[in-house]
Ligand binder design. Structure first.
Ligand SMILES: *Cc1c(COP(=O)(O)O)cnc(C)c1O
Length: 526
C-alpha cells in the first residue's frame, strides 16, 4: 500500500476488507486508468490521412521539426474509453448533491443546452460581419437589460469571462473614474470574510489592501469602515450576502459613508442567487458588481464552463465600461467597438477585457434560464435557495456548531469545527468521510473568519428527499465522530479511486511534465 507524507494510504482500500486482489487491479466497474502518455504511442492514430504526395512544399522556411513530436496516439475506441473512464472518476452536479458554499452548484437545465446549440447561436463567429448577426447582438442586449433591471443598475459590461475577471473589470472602471477626476487613490478596503479573489484583484491593480475585521455577528460594522476611510481610499469590495451566508444589514449606511469619502462601492455579487427578485443592489448604493452567470443563472461551472461574469455599473461608473458593447437603437442593435465609436457615443471606456464580446453560449443559457423562469420564477428560486439552506441548518444545528448562532441564514449556512472538539476528528477528516458516503464535501476552511469552517450551500435545485438524506448522513457522521470512531475518519476516503493525496506537496512541487520510465536493462532485471 502506498502512503503519503502524512502516513496515510493513497491507494483504494476497503475498511477491514478481506476482498481478494484482482489480476487487473480494477475493482469491478471502477477501472484504473493510466495517463495517456503511458498508454498512447506515436504510431497509433484514430484517423486515416493519405500520405502527402511529395509536391507539397513547406512554407516554414527551414524551421520544420527535425524530430517526431512524440505525442501519444490512440485508436478511436481507445481514446473514447480513456476519456470516459477519466470522466467517471469525477464527481458532478449531475451525479449528486454538490454543497460547495459560495459556489452555487445548481442544476443546469437541459433547455439551456438545447437553446445554446441552435446553429444561429452556436455557429456564429466573432469576426463575422456585424450585419450578419443582429439576432446574436440583440440577445446580448436583452440579457444585459434583464441583468440591469433585476439589479437596479444603469449599465452592464458583458465581456468578462468569470467572476474574478468581472472583479478586475469593475475595479478597472473605478480606477478609470478616479483618473478621470484627476485622482490617484491607493487603498482598497476588503472585509476579512471576502473571497480571496477580492484582495487579489485589488493587489493586481496596484492597490494596497486594508482589511476590515468582522463583527461578533459575522457582518461588517459601518464604524469599522468609516474609521478606515480617507481621501486615499479608492473603494470598498464588499460581498452581500457575505461569505458567512449573512445579509449585510448596514450596507446602505456603508455605501453612504464610502460615497461621502469620494470612493466607490464594489459589491461581490457572486451570491446574487440569495437576493434576486428580493433586493436590488442599485437600491443599496452599489456602484459595480459582477454577476456569475455560472452561479445564479445556471450556466455550467468549472470543467463544464467556460464561465461569464458580467459587471453591472451605476450611473457614476457606466461611462467607463470596456469595449465592445452593444447599444440598442431604433434601427436595431449597434456594436460599439472602437475608441472612436465610443467617443461618438459619449462614453470613456477604460479599454478592453477580452478580444471579443464575451461568452455567447453562456449568454444564451442565462437568457434561457431567465425567460423560462420569468421575474416571479427568479424570485421563487431565491426564496427556495434560502429555504433549502435553512432547512439544512435546522436539521443540523443541534449536533453541529453555528459560529453565529441559531438564526436565519441566506442561501448558505456556515458551521465551524467546535462540535468536533475532543473527538480527534478535524474538518478535513469529516469532509473526507463525506466522500465515502457519496457526497462532495462542502466548502472547507473558508471563510477564514471562523475556525475549521464548513460552508454548506444546497441550492434551490435539491428536493426535500435529497436534503433529508444529506442531513441524515451528516448526523450519522457526527455521531460516529462523537462515539470515537476516529480511525474511520483518519483513513477516509476508503472507497474513492485515490485516498488522501499529499495536497501540499502537489501544490508546492507540481509534476507538470511526463517523463518516460527508464528502459529496463538486462542488469536491472537480474
Ligand atoms: C465564485 C466567487 C468568486 C469568483 O468567481 P469565479 O467565476 O470563480 O472567478 C468571487 N467571489 C465570490 C464570493 C464567489 O463565490
Amino acid at each position: 500500500m502506498t502512503m503519503n507524507r502524512e502516513g496515510r494510504p493513497t491507494t483504494p482500500d476497503e475498511v477491514g476488507s478481506t476482498a481478494p486482489d484482482t489480476f487487473t487491479g480494477n475493482r469491478a466497474l471502477r477501472i484504473e486508468e493510466p495517463v495517456i502518455f503511458d498508454v498512447g504511442t506515436a504510431e497509433a492514430t484514430g484517423v486515416d490521412l493519405p500520405e502527402p504526395d511529395g509536391a507539397v512544399k513547406s512554407r516554414l522556411g527551414g524551421l520544420e521539426r527535425s524530430e517526431p513530436l512524440d505525442l501519444p496516439g490512440l485508436a478511436e475506441p481507445e481514446a473514447m474509453r480513456h476519456y470516459v473512464r477519466l470522466s467517471q472518476k469525477n464527481y458532478a452536479i449531475d451525479m449528486g448533491l454538490y454543497p460547495l458554499g459560495s459556489c452555487t452548484m445548481k442544476h443546469n437545465p437541459r433547455l439551456n443546452e438545447k437553446m445554446a446549440r441552435l446553429p444561429g447561436f452556436a455557429d456564429v463567429h466573432p469576426l463575422q460581419p456585424v450585419s450578419t448577426v443582429p439576432g446574436a447582438l440583440e440577445l446580448i442586449a436583452e440579457c444585459a437589460r434583464w441583468l440591469c433591471v433585476s439589479t437596479g443598475m444603469e449599465a452592464v459590461a458583458m465581456s468578462p469571462k468569470a467572476g474574478a475577471h468581472g472583479e478586475l473589470c469593475g475595479m478597472m472602471a473605478i480606477k478609470a473614474a478616479h483618473a478621470a477626476h484627476g485622482e490617484n487613490r491607493s487603498i482598497v478596503l476588503v472585509p476579512e470574510s471576502a473571497h480571496g479573489t477580492n484582495p487579489a484583484t485589488a493587489a493586481l491593480l496596484g492597490y494596497k489592501v486594508v482589511a476590515i475585521p468582522a463583527r461578533e455577528d459575522g457582518t461588517v460594522d459601518p464604524a469599522a469602515v468609516i474609521e478606515r476611510l480617507s481621501d486615499d481610499v479608492a473603494g470598498i469590495m464588499l460581498t452581500n450576502p457575505n461569505t458567512c451566508g449573512l445579509f449585510e444589514r448596514d450596507i446602505v449606511e456603508i455605501a453612504k459613508a464610502v460615497h461621502e469619502a469620494g470612493a466607490y462601492f464594489y459589491c461581490d455579487g457572486a451570491n446574487l442567487n440569495a437576493i434576486l427578485g428580493k433586493a436590488r443592489p442599485g437600491d443599496l448604493g452599489v456602484d459595480c458588481m459582477h454577476i456569475n452567470l455560472h452561479k445564479t443563472f445556471s450556466t455550467p461551472h468549472g470543467g463544464g464552463g467556460p464561465g461569464a461574469g458580467p459587471v453591472v455599473l451605476s450611473e457614476r461608473l457606466k461611462a467607463f465600461a470596456p469595449l465592445p458593447y452593444v447599444k440598442m437603437t431604433a434601427a436595431g442593435p449597434e456594436l460599439i467597438e472602437t475608441p472612436a465609436d465610443a467617443e461618438a457615443d459619449g462614453t470613456k471606456p477604460f479599454g478592453r477585457m477580452t478580444a471579443f464580446h464575451g461568452q455567447m453560449g453562456m449568454f444564451v443559457r442565462a437568457m434561457t434560464y431567465m425567460l423560462s423562469h420569468g421575474a416571479d420564477g427568479l424570485r421563487q428560486a431565491s426564496e427556495d435557495a434560502v429555504l433549502n439552506a435553512n432547512y439544512v441548518r435546522a436539521g443540523l444545528q443541534d449536533v453541529m456548531s453555528l459560529p453565529f448562532g441559531e438564526r436565519p441564514y441566506m442561501h448558505e449556512v456556515l458551521f465551524d469545527d467546535s462540535f468536533l472538539d475532543d473527538t480527534g476528528v478535524s474538518t478535513l477528516d469529516f469532509a473526507k468521510a463525506m466522500i465515502d458516503e457519496g457526497f462532495h464535501p462542502m466548502t472547507m476552511y473558508f471563510p477564514l473568519v471562523v475556525h475549521g469552517a464548513m460552508l454548506i450551500e444546497p441550492t434551490e435545485s435539491e428536493s426535500k428527499a435529497s436534503l433529508d438524506l444529506f442531513v441524515a448522513t451528516l448526523r450519522d457522521l457526527v455521531m460516529r465522530a462523537k462515539r470515537g470512531e476516529v480511525d474511520r475518519f483518519k483513513g477516509a476516503p476508503w472507497y474513492a479511486p485515490r485516498r488522501r493525496l499529499d495536497e501540499t506537496a502537489a501544490a508546492r512541487h507540481p509534476v507538470l511534465k511526463w517523463t518516460p520510465p527508464e528502459p529496463q536493462t538486462a542488469d536491472a532485471a537480474e
